[in-house]
Ligand binder design. Structure first.
Ligand SMILES: Cc1cc2nc3c(=O)[nH]c(=O)nc-3n(C[C@H](O)[C@H](O)[C@H](O)COP(=O)(O)OP(=O)(O)OC[C@H]3O[C@@H](n4cnc5c(N)ncnc54)[C@H](O)[C@@H]3O)c2cc1C
Length: 289
């Protein structure tokens, strides 16, 4: 199918883009890589009156390192994130997550910000952002505000970004000390959206006791799920088989996956338990090295 008719604008500055967004109110939409928006428009699930193309806003295409922090511009292509040495060195979980997204062709066009704002509950970048405890900058003509990952994802395909706002930057803290991470997912074929995904980042002290852990699951709720109860249980502990079993049991209790034509709720529950164990184990081994 073809999309419904729309006006098209291609601003050259962020200010111009924000003014266009303000003027178009609820009728305008940002287009970045177009890898999610164009199929949705072709199916007429979305019929914006005007598209504001941000592809000329080169100020929003960057990867920067600052003391304790990596900053990524919203327009940075997923492929650039995947191949960045800076990201691999400081926030390796993101390098591990991105290759699971679609295919090379979609990653060449798809942006980091587009994936976050699209907010598919099985998407890899939202899961990684939540696991690393990142935040985003959101701009309007009035202000720039910062929102933590925990507050950013509202429900299925919905975030805290308002129709007149633009996501500009992603900030990811670099964890101190001995840190390990792991990203795992199960999908029907490589490149498909995950049935269930799990990501974990943790740090250990000199005695290999866990000092901080963030285990997050995708595909089990409408937003990425931070498994707070399990993360608290892990605090101060060495990872043993019995601790892993306890985490799996917590996971089974807190999630409410749905059945659809791809997988039953029971199968998703089973995957969530085993992937949680697998990511924790792998992250713990990496941290101890
Ligand atoms: C064949 C195929 C397979 C795929 N497989 C996966 C997969 O396995 N995992 C996965 O996560 N994704 C997958 N995707 C989606 C892909 O990752 C998209 O790139 C991503 O979801 C959206 O990024 P985009 O830059 O293309 O955004 P667009 O499609 O341009 O925009 C998506 C949404 O975000 C909004 N938006 C974009 N940028 C901004 C901004 N800066 N500020 C405010 N709003 C903004 C748009 O208005 C729109 O609502 C797949 C896509 C295809 C075509």
């Amino acid at each position: 199918m073809k999309p419904a008719q729309f006006d098209y604008y291609c601003p050259k500055t962020v200010d111009e883009a924000l003014t266009l967004l303000e003027e178009s109110g609820f009728d305008g939409k940002i287009i970045a890589g177009g890898q999610s928006l164009v199929p949705i428009m072709n199916m007429r699930l979305s019929t914006p009156d005007c598209l504001i193309d941000i592809n000329r806003l080169q100020d929003l295409d960057f990867i920067d390192y600052e003391e304790g922090l990596v900053k990524i511009g919203t327009l940075t292509r997923q492929n650039r994130v995947e191949t960045s040495d800076l990201i691999r060195q400081h926030i390796g979980l993101l390098s591990e997550a991105v290759p699971f997204i679609g295919h090379v062709q979609t990653r060449n066009r798809g942006t980091i910000g587009g994936s976050l704002v699209h907010a598919d509950p099985t998407a890899e970048i939202p899961l990684a952002l939540m696991t690393m405890g990142g935040s985003v900058h959101i701009a309007s003509t009035d202000e720039v505000r910062t929102v933590n990952a925990e507050d950013f994802f509202v429900t299925y395909l919905t975030t805290d970004v308002m129709p007149t706002e633009l996501l500009t930057e992603i900030h990811i803290p670099i964890w101190e000390g001995r840190v390990g991470y792991s990203f795992q997912e199960i999908s029907r074929r490589h490149g498909d959206f995950a049935l269930v995904a799990s990501a974990c980042q943790l740090s250990v002290d000199d005695q290999n006791r866990i000092s901080n852990a963030r285990l997050v699951l995708g595909g089990v709720e409408s937003v990425p799920l931070l498994v707070t109860e399990a993360n608290e249980l892990l605090q101060g502990e060495r990872l043993t088989d019995s601790l892993l079993d306890k985490v799996a049991s917590i996971v089974s209790k807190v999630i409410e996956p749905e059945s659809d034509l791809h997988a039953s709720a029971d199968y998703r529950r089973h995957l969530a338990q085993s992937l949680s164990k697998r990511t924790l184990q792998e992250a713990y081994v990496k941290a101890g090295r």
